[in-house]
Design a protein around this ligand. Structure first.
Ligand SMILES: Nc1ncnc2c1ncn2[C@@H]1O[C@H](COP(=O)(O)OP(=O)(O)O)[C@@H](O)[C@H]1O
Ligand SMILES: [Mg+2]
Length: 472
């Protein structure tokens, strides 16, 4: 069946099923017609045998007995295809009809009182008969034997014709069913062909196409739903991808433009060494920012390709946080922000450099958004199998509509504050890809109290850290 179209398969199955059902029905019909004929024949023969026995039983004188053959002749003549044979008590033939003869063997087999059915063929014709003992009315006389048979050829001919008709009708019906099945299947598969046609017509510019769900059979509805959902996911990924490359171009244009203007201004007239040096320093800053952005993008590209494979060594998060505090202290102090670590807990299994990078991104964001005089608070705690790290800072709350997209690439709340914010909006995307690569979860909450990022990672004792969904 491999390679056969669905329509052809279903049509064949229809035909096969129809043939089987018709075969069963035909068999039952043929059997009951045959049975009907048998009963008819037997009833007629029994009637004749009863007649002969009755006549014999009523003949109580030798005269009556002697007159009986003529009586029988008169009673039975004209019955086409009827063969009668009566045998005397001595075994000698006593009466028989002209024409077809009941074979003597039929009578020989009869034990005196019992009935015995016989069938035979003769001269291309078939006969069915009954042999039976028949006591005469003559006192002291032994039992006669009667055999009466009927020509059943026409019944058998009829049955043969009937069977041929049945077979022909069944074959025809099976063929018709196959054809109807083919048409029905083709009609039934129309929605499937629509799905195929749409899938074939899709390209990047038509990802917004969706299959209509109206009047689709339930079996195909799931396919349509899955297909539409796939299209939606593709469209979303594709949109993000094109936005991403658009964003990259956009983010690079500004620093390159700055560099160009700066260089053109510097070259527009003769300058002394000090001025050139200043321009170069300023350019260096711009280069560094671009290098940082390109490095971040490379990191995210690796994460996208599944190439981000964190090592799984035990990492003491408290030690990492303290090291980061040392590194960021001067900058935080400059902004009037204090850094606080609370709690501790067991080590987590993970990649030390990556986890440090994630914490560093969260801390720099926190410091940047904390008003002077306030503090950024890091909390470490163990909750069952899970180690939780939260970085919390007071400050203006992030409006709820921004929260779901905060981890998207190049996503920043206020584009106007771009230059001042100093980042390209890749920091949180990197944090999320690092947490994902560790099989952890990250969440953000923001209200009047401040903003809190919270990461859940598997503790060091837990095997299977990197399995997705390993941490709730
Ligand atoms: N602790 C925080 N408090 C308030 N807003 C924040 C905080 N951390 C991040 N954000 C917002 O999320 C945006 C994205 O952050 P991020 O991905 O680190 O990009 P970047 O720091 O380069 O702007 C930031 O522009 C900022 O608006
Ligand atoms: Mg940042």
């Amino acid at each position: 069946m491999r390679g056969l179209s669905l329509t052809a398969r279903l049509s064949l199955l229809f035909a096969l099923a129809a043939a089987l059902v018709l075969l069963a029905v035909g068999w039952v019909v043929a059997r009951s017609v045959e049975h009907h004929f048998l009963e008819m024949d037997q009833q007629e023969i029994r009637g004749k045998v009863a007649l002969v026995r009755n006549l014999l039983a009523r003949s109580s004188t030798p005269e009556a007995l002697a007159a009986l053959p003529r009586q029988l002749e008169a009673a039975l003549v004209g019955h086409h295809g009827l063969a009668v044979r009566v045998q005397g008590p001595d075994g000698a033939p006593w009466f028989s009809t002209a024409g077809v003869q009941v074979p003597a063997s039929a009578l020989a087999a009869v034990p005196s009182a019992r009935e015995h059915w016989v069938e035979w063929r003769e001269g291309g014709r078939a006969f069915r008969g009954l042999a039976a003992g028949a006591p005469s009315g003559l006192p002291g006389s032994a039992t006669y034997r009667v055999a009466i048979a009927l020509d059943i050829s026409h019944h058998q001919d009829f049955m043969a014709g009937f069977r041929r008709t049945l077979v022909a009708a069944m074959t025809l019906a099976a063929l018709v069913t196959a054809a109807l099945g083919w048409a029905a299947t083709r009609a039934g598969l129309t929605p499937l062909r629509r799905v195929t046609a749409l899938a074939a017509s899709l390209d990047a510019n038509r990802l917004d196409a969706r299959l209509p769900q109206i009047r689709v059979p339930p079996e195909i509805e799931t396919l349509v739903l899955a297909f539409n959902a796939m299209l939606a996911r593709l469209e979303d990924s594709f949109r993000r991808l094109s936005e991403f490359s658009g964003d990259i171009a956009h983010e690079l244009r500004t620093p390159i433009g700055n560099l160009m203007v700066q260089t053109q201004v510097a070259l527009s007239e003769a300058r002394d060494i000090e001025e050139y040096r200043e321009v170069l320093y300023s350019s260096l800053e711009e280069y560094e920012r671009m290098a940082q952005m390109v490095g971040d993008m490379l990191f995210l590209a690796q994460a996208d390709n599944g190439q981000l494979r964190p090592s799984t060594a035990p990492v003491d998060l408290a030690a990492e946080v303290r090291a980061l505090f040392d590194y960021l202290d001067a900058w935080a102090e400059e902004r009037g922000v204090r850094l606080v670590l609370e709690g501790g807990g067991r080590p987590v299994l993970g990649d030390r450099l990556m986890l440090r990078r994630a914490l560093s991104n969260l801390l720099t964001n926190g410091i940047r958004h904390t008003p002077p005089g306030a503090e950024v608070r890091v909390r470490l705690s163990d909750e069952g199998r899970v180690t939780r790290i939260s970085v919390e800072n007071p400050g203006e709350p992030i409006p709820p509509e921004h929260l779901p997209r905060l981890f998207d690439r190049f996503y920043r709340l206020d584009p106007a504050r771009r230059r001042e914010a100093e980042g390209a909006g890749l920091g949180l995307a990197i944090v999320k890809s690092i947490v994902d690569a560790h099989g952890g979860r990250i969440a953000v909450a923001s209200d009047g109290q401040g903003t809190r990022f919270s990461i859940a990672l598997a503790g060091a004792q837990t095997p299977g850290l990197r399995e997705p969904g390993g941490v709730a």
